[in-house]
Design a protein around this ligand. Structure first.
Ligand code: ACO
Length: 423
């Protein structure tokens, strides 16, 4: 017999039996028994807002899979562009499909000159590159008017390719602007990560040769950040996309959600925290302040879903050592290791299931590679774009309803307007 839940309305004794499907119960069925009674769930802590076939995550067991493939295997054996294809189309590409896909992406890396010259150059000299990226992505919708054709498969796929291909170009342009360096055009003979590094660091050499260890590390970090099911920014993408706005506007909204320190801004916060701690001797005091609730949280620790070690954090920690072989050790590493060791042995953190998340070590890598702190969330946005788009496509194909939750009203009773002089 299929598993089910029965709920009884104690006000009138009526009951309803609802089948348990894929680990959930349909709220629509509950509502039949309880019209006008809403499920109060701030932060969507217990709400499944959709069905999805893209990413599987078991936070208690520390499992993450894209389309069924374990993240560890993808990080070890795949490439970011292959993973992007997998997330979007559901299967790993054949040799021919991969060649065509790579060709599509590399031939859409250029941005319209007006985006760079008029739009990006208009920012204030100290603009945060993430703010520039969010705005520039939104601005792209004004360059591709066909983007509104979201139910035309050809047009939709074109925008998906454009967004994935142009994200590194916009990101690099935002960085070059913020450090006063001239824009570097994409080099389509390079692969995805190498081209991005070229657009970032090229000076006067005819062709930028990225260090292969660093390019590979970046590619692995892109794989790890490509998707993470219904996180805050992906939810923003789905919510905005549910109104059928174009993918550039929806991606800009998702990127804006990623910008916050509770989400994609956390790796920047980790480096600021480690810099403030300054030395290993200060770690116990810092931990004590975190536990007292008087200071900041231990940045890069804790996760809404993972209640054990984030599987991505393990891979990032390993990659960090490979990168430090090339760049020299980030001096903040020892403080991070000490923090991790103390926190993992402390009842405050273990009882709350607080473990390092993906951001705990990724910032150390980015910093060692020479990225300024302001670029960290930008680096996250590049690969997460494919996750956002995969969810956006899935949502449109499911013919989902516009996202529109209910509320429990707690404001004042009806009252009459009082003129300003009489208040
Ligand atoms: N340091 C210290 N205490 C923490 C931390 C932390 N990093 N995270 C959670 N706690 C404590 C809370 O104070 C709370 O304690 P209490 O029950 O005594 O009040 C308890 O753990 C539960 O915390 P919540 O805020 O309810 O957990 P939630 O699931 O809402 O938050 C979040 C998850 C936002 C990620 C949180 O752990 C946090 O702020 N971490 C630091 C920021 C961070 O690293 N963000 C990156 C997340 S990964 C990503 O987006 C890529």
């Amino acid at each position: 017999m299929a598993e089910s839940i029965t709920i009884i309305d104690n006000r009138n004794g009526e009951s309803i039996e609802i089948p348990l499907l894929n680990g959930g119960v349909s709220a629509t069925e509950w509502s039949k028994l309880l019209p006008g009674v809403w499920f109060y769930d701030p932060g969507f802590m217990s709400t499944a807002a959709c069905e999805s076939a893209i990413t599987y995550l078991d936070g208690d067991a520390g499992i993450l899979r894209y389309r069924g493939y374990p993240i560890e295997q993808l990080a070890e054996q795949s490439t970011y562009l292959e993973v992007a294809y997998l997330l979007l189309y559901g299967e790993l590409p054949t040799t021919e499909q991969y060649a065509a896909w790579k060709n599509e992406i590399t031939s859409h890396t250029f941005i319209h000159e007006n985006v760079r010259k008029r739009f990006l150059d208009g920012f204030h000299y100290d603009a945060h590159p993430m703010g520039m990226l969010v705005s520039a992505v939104a601005a792209l919708s004004t360059f591709y008017l066909d983007a509104k054709e979201i139910f035309d498969p050809e047009s939709r796929n074109k925008q998906v390719i454009r967004l994935i291909a142009k994200m590194p170009t916009l990101a690099a342009a935002a960085h070059r602007f913020s450090v006063g360096m001239p824009f570097v055009y994409p080099d389509n003979s390079l692969d995805f990560a190498e081209n991005f590094l070229s657009m970032l660091w090229k000076v006067a050499e005819p062709r930028f040769e990225a260090n292969p260890v660093l390019a590979h590390a970046l590619d692995v970090l892109f794989i790890l950040h490509a998707d993470h099911e219904q996180n805050c920014s992906t939810t923003a993408m789905r919510v905005v996309g549910s109104s059928h706005s174009d993918p550039y506007s929806a991606t800009a909204a998702a990127a804006a959600a990623l910008y916050g320190p509770r989400h994609g801004g956390a790796n920047e916060a980790v480096i600021r925290m480690l810099t403030d701690i300054a030395s290993i001797e200060n770690v116990p005091d810092f931990i004590a302040t975190v536990k007292s609730g008087q200071g900041q949280r231990l940045q890069g620790f804790g996760h809404r879903v993972y209640k054990s070690y984030d599987p991505r954090a393990k891979i990032v920690k390993r990659i960090a050592y490979e990168v430090f072989e090339v760049t020299g050790k980030n001096p903040l590493l020892d403080i991070a290791l000490e923090l991790e060791e103390i926190a993992l042995a402390d009842e405050y953190f273990t009882s709350r299931h607080l473990y390092p998340n993906v951001d705990f070590y990724s910032g150390l890598i980015y910093q060692a590679m020479g990225f300024p702190l302001e670029m960290f969330t930008v680096l996250f946005s590049i690969p997460r774009t494919v996750g956002w788009l995969a969810h956006w496509q899935e949502m449109l194909d499911q013919d989902s309803k516009i996202a529109r939750p209910r509320q429990l009203y707690i404001g004042s009773e009806p009252r009459d307007y009082v003129s300003i002089t009489a208040r």
